[in-house]
Design a protein around this ligand. Structure first.
Ligand SMILES: [Ca+2]
Length: 471
């Protein structure tokens, strides 16, 4: 009898035996860590002071970078939202994924039942799972709803156009409409509160929390007290919202108006939004410390694509691409390279800056290994758990992106080389990112061998897609 109780107790504390192969990533106590995966929306490579932002500072994320590892060669899944988020959730790049673009006028394309998300993988491994904030991979009535994709709990925006707003009269809780106060409920504040509540729940299982702020996209709005310190600090002209933005209506009758309006001083609002998010993330990591679980919690911070210029945002003024070429919707580095900070005291080395090359589609296999779970077969991503630990880590021979809003465009990263094709029939542009990190000199003519190698790879890089053809 006594023996049975002990066995039961061990299973209760540690999870079932079949998820105990932790790939060496469990912490010293042998427990699988909690995972807090935070993603900002259109936050550029240069939008945190840890990555060079000079017009305002982000001390809390900078601290996470100092106490953890800051990656300088990390890429989003795409140069726009939905395909990037799909790559993050499912482990497939845009040459193989189901969602390879924003949905356009017909609305978001939802994930299918057969798409396997990080939440499904970790839930199977015994995690409790939640999505807070922007989703954008499936609305009500579709197979893409968060609770049909592995999330025990969800709260936030389902539609990515609705998620342009920082204030709204409703959000969605577990797929059901939830009223909000459009005058008072700043959504970042709601999301931080929900996140804190989820982290604090008494539950012996480790958690996976996917926290998606809508900062700093697209409506540039923040509470007056957050904007006040930045009023008059920036050289900005009074801003007039575009009538199209204000009137923007959704494809779905259940979202009457998706229109948004930025404040008359969008630069101040932009800085306020990011610094407010930074402070909120500081409060969440403080909560994790106060619960004594910082050595059992992996916190990851990243963004879904490069900086935007919607709602009065000015990526030139803020140097939001961090000096890289291009912004959102470009396949040059500024459109796809994003911050990546990983913090897990005692396991991830502190104060490390890593130029390891990896991307959104690697996150699923990485978290699966850390959780002792098996990723679905055939994903494009590979586990970068050793890179997180500061160990030698192989990486991909090729990273691949395709983009369909400007005709068919492709990009490849191969070692130090970056190739971009702007039209299906155009020759490849080739840049040497070591010698020319700003992609200023096309050296394709000087390196025909590299071009040939990338051309050969490109012939294998994608599977056909009816919705997103390669022509
Ligand atoms: Ca985005």
């Amino acid at each position: 009898m006594r023996r049975v109780s002990i066995v039961f107790l061990l299973v209760f504390i540690s999870g079932p035996w079949w998820v105990r192969d932790d790939g060496g990533m469990a912490n010293q106590a042998g427990l699988r860590p909690n995972v807090l995966l935070i993603q900002a929306d259109d936050l550029g490579y240069g939008d945190l002071s840890a990555y060079g932002q000079a017009r305002f500072s982000t001390p809390h994320l900078d601290r996470l970078a100092r106490e953890g590892t800051r990656f300088t060669q990390y890429y989003a899944g795409s140069t726009v939202c939905a395909p990037s988020r799909a790559a993050l959730m499912t482990g497939f790049h845009t040459g193989h994924g189901w969602i390879r673009g924003n949905g356009g006028p017909t609305g978001d394309v939802p994930l299918r039942d057969e798409d396997v998300t990080i939440a499904e993988v970790l839930r199977t491994a015994g995690y409790r799972t939640a999505l807070v904030g922007k989703w954008g991979l499936g609305h009500s009535g579709t197979s893409g709803l968060p609770h049909r994709q592995g999330f025990d709990y969800s709260f936030g925006f389902l539609d990515q156009r609705h998620a342009h707003r920082q204030l709204t009269d409703h959000l969605w809780r577990n797929g059901e409409r939830a009223s909000a106060d459009v005058r008072a409920d700043y959504v970042s504040g709601l999301f931080t509160g929900e996140a804190a509540e989820f982290v604090s729940q008494a539950d012996p299982r480790p958690f996976f929390l996917y926290l998606n702020y809508t900062v700093p996209h697209a409506e540039l709005q923040a509470p007056a007290e957050d904007v006040a310190p930045f009023k008059g600090r920036f050289a900005e002209k009074p801003f007039a919202n575009s009538a199209a933005d204000a009137k923007l209506t959704g494809s779905r009758p259940d979202i009457p108006s998706l229109g948004y309006r930025s404040q008359p001083t969008p630069f101040a609002a932009f800085a306020a939004m990011i610094t407010r998010m930074d402070r909120d993330i500081g409060s969440l990591t403080e909560l994790i410390r106060s619960r004594g679980s910082e050595r059992q919690t992996l916190v990851v911070f990243t963004s879904d694509n490069g900086p935007h210029q919607e709602g009065g945002a000015d990526p030139v003024y803020f140097k939001s691409s961090g000096g890289l070429r291009g912004i959102k919707r470009d396949l040059y580095e500024g459109g796809i390279r994003v911050p990546m900070i990983a913090w897990w005291p005692g396991t991830i080395p502190a104060g490390r800056v890593s130029d390891h090359v990896w991307a959104h589609w690697d996150v699923l296999p990485t978290l699966a290994e850390i959780a002792g779970a098996k990723p679905p077969a055939g994903v494009d991503g590979m586990s970068m758990a050793r890179a997180l630990r500061g160990q030698t880590q192989p990486t991909h021979s090729f990273l691949y992106w395709e983009f369909h809003e400007r005709g068919f465009q492709q990009a490849v990263r191969m070692g130090r080389w970056k190739a971009v094709r702007l039209k299906p029939e155009s020759p490849l542009e080739l840049y040497d990112l070591h010698a020319d990190p700003h992609e200023q000199r096309d050296v394709a003519a000087l390196h025909r061998d590299m071009v040939a190698k990338i051309e050969a790879y490109l012939r294998t890089a994608r599977t056909p897609s009816d919705r997103w053809p390669g022509t």
